[in-house]
Structure formats: C-alpha cells, structure tokens
Design a protein around this ligand. Sequence first.
Ligand code: SF4
Length: 373
Amino acid sequence: MKRLEEMLNNFKYIAENPKKMLKQYKEETGKGAVGIMPVYAPEELVHAAGYLPMGLWGAQKTISKARTYLPPFACSIMQSVMENEIDGEYDDLDAVIFSVPCDTLKCMSQKWKGKSDVIVFTHPQNRKLECSNDFLVEEYKILKNKLEKTLNTKITDENLNKSIEIYNENRKIMREFVEVAAKYPNLIDPIARHNVIKSRWFIEKSKHTEMVRQLIDEVEKEEIIPWKGKKVVLTGIMAEPSGFLEILKDENFAVVADDLAQESRQFRIDVPMGEDPIYRLAKWWQYFDGCALATDPKKVRGSMLIDMVKENKADAVVVCMMKFCDPEEFDYPIYYKELDNENIPNIMVEIDLELTSFEQAKTRLQSFNEILK
Ligand code: SF4
C-alpha cells in the first residue's frame, strides 16, 4: 500500500508542477517544449521532433490583467490561460500550437501575449467526407513545416510513425487505467484519478505509459471492495479546480468513466493504422466523435453517455460545464433530453477556474447525492 501511495503522489507532483517537469525534460534531453492549446492537436508531430508537448489548461488563479484583452464572458479556462501568458508562465516554451474550433480560441490565437511563436491550424468541420481528410493533411503539412522551421529540426515519417505508436500505447494504457480506477474507487479517488490522467500532459508519453503500467500492476494486487457510495460519469471540458474534485471525494462519489476533453476524449480512440503518418493523424479527427468541438450532425454524445452509464453501472452523470463555453452549452440541451428519456439522473455544475470557494457546488452535489440515495 505504501508503494501505491508513493506512486499516486508522484503523479500528483507531475500534474501540479508542469514547469518543473519542463525544466527536467530540458536538462535530460537538451531540447525544449511546445505548448498545446486545448483542445486537440497532433501532439505526435512535436514528439517526433524530440520536443515535449505540454498541455496548456490554465490554472486556478485570480483574473485581473486578462480582463484588458478578453471580455468578461470569455470562457473561464481561456481567461486563466491569458492571465498565465501575461504573467510569463509560458515563456519557456519554444512554440505554441493552436487549433481554433471556437470563437474564443480564434481570438486567443490572435492575441497571444507570451514570448513563444504561435502556430495556428484549422480542423475541418465537415469531418466525414474524404475531402476533409485531404484538407487536414494539408493543414498538418503546413504545421509540420512551421514546427521544423521554429525548432530548427526535421520531422521524418519514420520518427512520426514511431511517435504515433508511442501515443497509441499510451492511449491504450490510459483506457485500461480508467477501467481499473472504476473497479477500485476505494484506492483511486476522483482526485488521484484526475492526477494520473492530467500528468500525461507534462511528461514524455512512453515514460508516462510505463508509470501507469506499474500503477495498474500495483492496484491489481489489491482485493476489489464493493463500493458503497454512488458512481458517476463526468462530461465536459475539464473537472477542475481540485476543490471541485474534493467535493466528489467527500461525498463518496466514484468517477467510473469520463467524457472530459482534458481526459478520456484524448485517448478513447487510437490513431488508425496506415503508412502515411500525416494521413493517419488526419483520420483520427474523422473517426473521433462525441465532442462539442467536432461537428457531428448525428449528435452521438448523448447515446455515448448513456452507453457509458450502462456499461459502468453508474448512478448518474455530472455535467462539468465550463463557464461561458458556448460549444458545450449548445450541446447540453440535446444530451440532457436524451439522459432524461433514459431516466438517468444528472446535474450540471459550473466550472470556474477562478473560484476559491466551492460552497454552492458543494450544496448542490450534497443534495444530488441525497436524491440518488
Ligand atoms: S471550447 Fe469552450 S472552453 Fe474551449 S476555448 Fe472554446 S469556449 Fe473555451
């Protein structure tokens, strides 16, 4: 058990100290890092260049300077990212990659306040047509050229295919971890689960895969104890700050699956097999479904959530609604109705990275827990 605790503490340390992880990577490799703005980007290109792709998911902080550049109704995460930019938190990065599927990200890509170069690309939204793959291949080629120029390196097809395999292995082990965490909620609480997943944004992926593999081995040595609390599925952009996860933990909610952009949406499908690595990366976007940022006329998110609830025998869905995120707000009435039709209890809680007091969310989740009981 002590070993398990040490391992979980290690994931916590990584998740909470991205700057230290970057420094360590630089010392070990002599190379640097490239920021990956939420939500999706072909990180494998950065990995194949030998650089560390670092997720930029903001931080819990008071917003003051960012208000000069963003309207107060810009989403909470981008307010926080902008504050970090102005504070110089991202100045150690060699470049930052942006995909711009929403209006806020479009503005952010044009208003970057950090020192690093910004590389912007576009994800096509008419995704199921072959011509959208052709479009994305061209976008990724431009992105690759710009990266090569900025980092003064060459990204070969061989290295890129290797990086895709490393990423697919990480995706696979993460899917396994999510299942294991659902079986052992007494050992992996919502905060520990989040730390294991979040840490994959801040260290080299093959290292992370190995760490998670060892963690799974350690957890599986333990006996499975039936969970007495309620089981929930999370959906949304992200489930932070930690104060929010602490409420879930205190209320004995086990997170048995998630549909969060920062978490499982990143690894629920692999990059498909094939020879041309750029085309493989483009195909991932075509196959990917169930996210407000990937246009889907069939709107499968609701049915995906219902399947997750049934497969994991969950009691409810907790919607982690990023404050002022239009794409997520537009999706909500559609899947809310579908959950309701299936009699799946659900609650929407606003995610605000600026919050330091969580009393309102606590009261709502406490009452929700009582209703479920
Ligand atoms: S998708 Fe939502 S959370 Fe993400 S940048 Fe756009 S508005 Fe903000």
